[in-house]
Design a binder for this molecule. Structure first.
Ligand SMILES: CC(C)(COP(=O)(O)OP(=O)(O)OC[C@H]1O[C@@H](n2cnc3c(N)ncnc32)[C@H](O)[C@@H]1OP(=O)(O)O)[C@@H](O)C(=O)NCCC(=O)NCCS
Length: 169
C-alpha cells in the first residue's frame, strides 16, 4: 500500500451486482472474460468470498476481487479495476481485503496465477509480498500465454516486500 486514498468503499458483492460485474469483467478480460453464469456461480460457490470496490462519491462499482478457500490454502480467483480508475490504489485495497480475509479464516498460504506479460498485476502482487514459484506453459488459451504461479505464506509479514525489481517477466 502506498498511502494513496483511492476513494472507494470495499464491500461484499451480491447477486444484484451481476450486471455491473459482467460489464467490468468484459471490459477487463475481453475474450477471456467469464460469462455472467460463471460469475454468478463464483459469487455463490463453496469457499468463495467476493468483494467489490464502490466509488465513494458516485457509488459505481469500479473494482472487484475474489478468493477461494479450500480449508487449508486460499487462491486469488480474480481481481480487476475499471480502466478509468486504475493506478489509484484500488487494486491494492482489494488485494489487502482478500489477504485480511485469508488470514482471518486461517489460510496457510495464498496462491494465484498471473499472465507473465501482466506487469501491473505482477507489480501489485509482488508489492504485497507474493513470490514467483513456477511458470505454467500455455496456461492461458487460446492465446497460448504462460502464467507465473505465485504464493504468499501468511504469518510472515508482507512489509518490506515492496521492491521495484523483478519486472519484465
Ligand atoms: C492489475 C490491476 C487489478 C491493478 O489495479 P490498480 O487499481 O491499477 O492497482 P493499483 O493502483 O493498486 O496499482 C498496483 C500497481 O500496479 C502498477 N500499475 C498499474 N497500472 C499499470 C500499468 N498500466 N503499467 C505499469 N504498472 C501499472 C501501479 O503503478 C502500482 O504499482 P505501485 O504501487 O508500485 O505504483 C489492474 O491493472 C487491472 O484490472 N488489470 C486488468 C485485469 C487483470 O489483469 N487482473 C489481474 C489478473 S491476474
Amino acid at each position: 500500500m502506498t498511502g494513496r486514498d483511492p476513494g472507494v468503499v470495499v464491500r461484499p458483492l451480491t447477486h444484484a451486482d451481476l450486471p455491473d460485474l459482467d460489464l467490468l469483467e468484459r471490459e477487463l478480460f475481453g475474450a477471456g472474460a467469464w460469462s455472467r453464469a460463471a460469475l454468478a456461480e463464483e459469487l455463490e460457490g463453496p469457499g468463495r468470498w467476493y468483494v467489490g470496490s464502490q466509488d465513494a462519491v458516485t457509488g459505481a462499482l469500479v473494482g472487484y476481487a475474489g478468493l477461494w478457500f479450500d480449508g487449508v490454502d486460499a487462491q486469488v480467483m480474480t481481481i480487476g479495476t475499471a480502466t478509468g480508475h486504475q493506478r489509484r490504489g484500488v487494486g491494492a485495497v482489494l488485494l489487502a481485503a482478500l489477504l485480511e480475509r485469508a488470514r482471518e479464516i486461517g489460510a496457510a498460504h495464498v496462491y494465484l496465477e498471473v499472465r507473465v506479460d501482466n506487469d501491473p498485476a505482477l507489480r501489485l502482487y509482488e508489492r504485497a509480498g507474493f513470490v514467483r514459484m513456477g511458470r505454467r506453459r500455455g496456461y492461458y488459451q487460446p492465446e497460448d500465454i504462460d502464467a507465473w504461479t505465485m504464493s504468499l505464506a501468511l504469518g510472515a509479514p508482507a512489509a518490506g516486500a515492496a521492491d521495484d525489481e523483478g519486472q519484465g517477466a
